[in-house]
Design a protein around this ligand. Sequence first.
Ligand code: IPE
Ligand code: IPE
Ligand code: MG
Length: 255
Amino acid sequence: MALEDLQAAPAPRLAPGPVPRHVAIIMDGNGRWAKNRGLSRLQGHAEGAKAVRTITTTARENGIAALTLYAFSMQNWQRPDEEVDHLMTLLFDYLDMERATILDNGIRLKALGQLERLPGNVRDRLRRLEQDSASNKAMVLSLALSYGGREEIVAACQAIARRVAAGEVAPGAIDEAMLEAFMFTKDLPPLDLIVRTSGEMRLSNFLLWQAAYAELVVTDVLWPDFGPSTFFDCIETYRRRERRFGLTGAQVQGP
Ligand code: IPE
Ligand code: IPE
Ligand code: MG
């Protein structure tokens, strides 16, 4: 097939139905994918980066308003130096290679996490793409980098405690909305769906506050093998769920 035909190929489409507004993905299993093939973990991460591109455009083409990808946790800093360095290099290259796709598709890029720990060159590229894509409206792509849910909640508590100490806020005035305003996700729609690949049934410190009423879907597929059809299966599973938010089924279904 000629390159033009490939580029003109229609994007894979979800069956008609409701689409979650905000989907977050725990992209897990790069290491096991590589091990299964006798490759190095680093090769697994490189393959995982390709899946990020496919899923980003698939989400955008199918009307998802916000896609949040867990790319590197606070705890991942404790991996061997070689692996951390490789992941930072991949991220640096990703931000260069995907820049045109992000801008051409009207995607806004955001980074969530303790970004001050990232290498300066990665931070600079992130900031530039965040700024250059700031007015894009088709979808928000958030990369959770150097991110931890507990760390996010602790930072929010510290910020509020400073206001209390300064006499600006009464302890009794602290409510969910105030905490929410200190979360990295404050400008994003409420989280509808968390997908985790590689079969692990845990959140691994991802979006702990935001996950309160998100639906969880776990697939055994390893992240480098995660493509549009697995993504659509996860969304179909989400569609079959009844989100009750503490109410009864009858209340949610209405008269
Ligand atoms: C996910 O794949 C990528 C990151 C956490 C950065 P892993 O590297 O965790 O792969 P497994 O879980 O060891 O297979
Ligand atoms: C979660 O995966 C972090 C990312 C996908 C970035 P991990 O591989 O770090 O999680 P655990 O260690 O299996 O809980
Ligand atoms: Mg893992």
